[in-house]
Write a protein that binds this ligand. Structure first.
Ligand code: PMP
Length: 399
């Protein structure tokens, strides 16, 4: 009898499972709008010129690959802090941010979740309804009870803001609230600055712990504008956690370039927090990998390379906006009569189309257009080559 005989088959990851289905599809004109990856006007995953230049520089003076410290490459961590909190940060100035290099945004969420669970295992973690599908599993696996707060308003094509406030009003002191800093995944709807201020006032009044997930900084309005909520929490003097990722903004998905930041009340508290998140890292993967962190630190640490990167990032952001506008126009031209404003009001990589699971399945089977059954389409994978086909397919299932 095998020791593993009792092991059951875990369900396939809904999005990576979709990728497998896409790869097996033999139609030449199939389109993958499932996974959250930006592809360029030619439909290719970009290797940014700024990244290539940094890699050339690193290759020109090859370095041995010893272990990094548990909390990662110091120049990378400092650059990530500046990127996340900005130049005016009260928390950074007071040295009360405990930060470490993490294995992507996901790794940052996991180290943060484990740390928070050790601190307060009875806390409930609140995630938006809907949210990135990994949030629930990640926080449940860390031991938390997970609940949802209202977010998406299908009827109003936006955010159910009053219901959101009402739900967070039911959270108990010490509960953790996971908030998407920008480019909400999957809906693409973000809070306005006034709404953020109201949420922050509520979090503060009820002693809740904000856990900001910032996976798309630079893909919404710009690097600083997209960090508005993080910086408003900082300005409000709150204790909070940020998981940040450069996976998308540097197109370095496979290098696992993320960071975790725990904003504490003073420098001494931050040093205790850092010691604890280092224990989590040490007992999970010991220390992070070198290459991606060196590349990002090289780009962010050099004025010319940074300017080049910011331009490339703006190029990605602008192209997504063009594709949104293009999709909307093509759907209108195809005779779709319903209000399509939402496509251009949403921001980031995704459009929550409002299509039903049955319509999404029709898109796949009849037209070879792959999106998630929730109705989520990755507009960052549209280009002038595939857009007409996608628009025709969406128009067909809508009519
Ligand atoms: N949070 C959200 C909301 C995301 O969409 C993603 C990536 N899909 C992540 C975190 C994780 O990013 P990374 O690939 O850097 O782990």
């Amino acid at each position: 009898m095998s020791v593993f005989a009792a092991v059951t088959l875990a369900p396939r990851d809904p999005i990576l499972g979709l990728n497998e289905q896409f790869n097996a599809d033999t139609r030449a004109d199939k389109v993958n709008l499932g996974v959250g990856v930006y592809t360029d006007a030619q439909g290719k995953l970009p290797l940014l010129a700024s990244v290539q230049a940094a890699e050339a520089r690193l290759a020109a003076s090859p370095a041995p690959r010893g272990y990094l410290p548990i909390d990662g490459f110091a120049a990378y961590v400092a650059a990530a802090q500046k990127q996340v909190f900005g130049t005016q940060s009260a928390a950074l100035a007071a040295r009360r941010v405990a930060s470490l290099q993490a294995l992507g945004g996901t790794g940052a969420l996991k180290v943060g979740a484990d740390f928070l669970h050790r601190l307060n295992p009875k806390a409930t973690v609140w995630i938006s309804d809907p949210s990135w599908e990994n949030h629930r599993a990640l926080f449940s696996n860390a031991g938390f009870e997970v609940q949802t707060y209202a977010y998406y308003d299908a009827q109003g094509q936006g955010i159910a803001f009053n219901a959101l406030l009402a739900d967070l009003g039911r959270a108990k002191a010490g509960d953790v609230v996971v908030l998407h800093a920008c480019c909400h995944n999957p809906t693409g709807y973000d809070l306005t600055q006034e709404q953020w201020q109201a949420v922050i006032a509520l979090l503060q009044a009820r002693d809740l712990v904000p856990f900001m997930d910032m996976a798309y900084q630079g893909f919404g309005q710009g690097l600083d504008a997209d960090a508005y909520a993080v910086r408003a929490l900082d300005a409000a003097g709150m204790s909070f956690v940020v998981a940040s990722s450069f996976s998308k903004s540097f197109s370095l998905y496979g290098e696992r370039v993320g960071s975790l930041h725990v904003v504490s009340q003073d420098a001494e508290e931050a040093s205790r927090v850092l010691s604890q998140i280092k224990v989590t890292a040490r007992t999970t993967y010991s220390n992070p990998p070198t290459h991606g962190a060196k590349v990002v630190a090289t780009v962010l640490g050099d004025d010319a390379l940074r300017a080049q990167w910011e331009q490339e990032l703006a190029g990605m952001r602008d192209r997504i906006a063009q594709m949104r506008a293009g999709l909307r126009e093509a759907l209108e031209a195809a005779g779709v009569r319903q209000n399509l404003d939402f496509i251009t009001r949403q921001q980031g990589m995704f459009s929550y189309s409002g299509l039903s699971a049955a319509q999404m399945q029709r898109l796949r089977t009849e037209f070879g257009v792959y999106g998630v059954d929730s109705g989520r389409l990755c507009v960052a994978a549209l280009n002038s080559g595939n857009l007409p086909r996608v628009a025709a397919a969406v128009a067909a299932v809508l009519q």
